[in-house]
Design a protein around this ligand. Structure first.
Ligand code: ZN
Length: 163
């Protein structure tokens, strides 16, 4: 069996940036499970895993366009400090992450800067603009169940657990 659309795939992976620094790895954890072809993982990695088999080792370089996108100034917003103080949460400091309401639902933003009453929120993905280097080992490939396809994610080890 090879990796094609709607297969559940289990992989071990290590993700490094351009400088060779490890950003994320499944080492020491159970493999990551995802459904191929439905956007569970970034497009550039799906593309390069398509057609691979169990035991294959894949080195995949993914450009920002097919990874987490390009950094955009449209994702940077300045909002008044007072909008944070109303709910009495912990004090806002630069570098912390906050949940913000957007037209698309709740999103995570970095507090990039606090200048007097102006708070700069950066809603770009932390890996936006990064070229990503993956070392992937294909651990298992199987058919997705009907329920997994309905839910849009893999179940079981490395996937979602429902209780
Ligand atoms: Zn589910």
């Amino acid at each position: 069996m090879t990796i094609t659309e709607n297969k559940v795939v289990l992989i071990h992976y290590t993700l490094k940036d351009n400088s060779g620094e490890t950003l994320d790895t499944s080492e020491g954890r159970e493999p990551l499970a995802f459904i191929q072809g439905i956007g569970n993982i970034i497009a550039g990695l799906e593309e390069q895993l398509e057609g691979k088999a169990v035991g294959d080792k894949v080195k995949a370089t993914v450009t920002p366009e097919k990874g987490y996108g390009i950094r955009s100034e449209e994702n940077v917003h300045i909002v008044p400090l007072s909008s944070f103080q109303a709910d009495g949460e912990e004090k806002l400091v630069e570098g912390m992450q906050v949940r913000v309401e957007t037209n698309d639902g709740v999103s995570i933003a970095d507090v990039a800067k606090i200048d007097g009453e102006d708070v700069t929120l950066d809603m770009n993905h932390p890996l936006a603009g990064e070229t990503l280097h993956f070392d992937v080992e294909i651990v298992d490939i199987r058919e997705a169940t009907k329920q997994e396809l309905e839910h849009g994610h893999a179940h079981g080890p490395g996937g979602h657990h429902h209780h």
